[in-house]
Write a protein that binds this ligand. Sequence first.
Ligand code: PMP
Length: 328
Amino acid sequence: MHDTILQSIGRTPLVRLRRVSEGLSPIIAAKIESGNPGGSIKDRVAVAMVADAERRGWLRPGGTIIEATAGNTGVGLAMVAAVKGYRCLFVLPDKMSSEKISLLKAYGAEVVITPTNVPPDSPESYNGVADRLSREIPGAWRPNQFTNLSNPEAHYLSTGPEIWEQSDGKVTVLVGGVGTGGTLSGVGKYLKERNPDVKVVGADPEGSVLSGGTPASWKVEGIGEDFVPKTFDSRYVDDWVRVSDAESFHTARETARREGILVGGSCGTALAAGLRYARRLTPNDYMVIICPDTGRNYLSKMYDDAWLASNKLLWLPDVPHTVGDLLK
Ligand code: PMP
């Protein structure tokens, strides 16, 4: 029996992908992070950042966690705050979906909404308001996942060793997306320490600057950046594969239909990158693809044909079987 739900974070399954990888030589497996209690890989980071802040005395009993995120890290932090009795406050721009706000509130977090139509450096912006609240509320602490080095360290200490053990030390290629970069930097460092020949492949949305592309907008959530976060150490990435929104979403949907694994959009990006990269590998290779969250978060988006159509993402000429499936 676990003492609290937090002890059930990690030890997620590594699952072989057989059908989507048909015709490819290496073993290809997915690390299914939706198995974490808060639903994503970010639970690992939330619990580690809070523990670090407690050790350093930045967060004390009765303290308040303040962050400007509605994403998976927010859910992880809200879950940790609920267990440990901290107040938790999220500052979000008014464009956030009502489901995401409800999810945070369901864990007892408070949500402050700020206007979207203000410059990012304005005191009215969500970051500006989060800064002001953390100055004004006594005992407030801001985790800041983009600069907090407990983020990559959480993956160095948990996700990395799990992948090494679950693959019996056979992993040769790691594939994943980069949001804060915590996952790839932490897991990449660990695996390369165990075997310097392990290759780390970054899966980047078209439009993100991380892989050196021309800046543009993209629809996949949680990965790609228009800046290089402090928590991302690019020395651990050997190659980049750039993936369009259409290919990411169609690959995620194919994985749900062919493997029975309902994955999120960023996992679609990683899977598409991995399957493309695998064409140059041999039967001695063993690829692990990180799947950060579940497709349940995106049922009204990428899993909805009308949404895909209205975003002009329904057609994918270079993967004919997905087009056939969608037009049935
Ligand atoms: N996918 C999703 C859905 C995420 O929420 C995140 C976290 N931003 C990532 C991928 C990327 O993980 P990391 O921040 O460790 O680079």
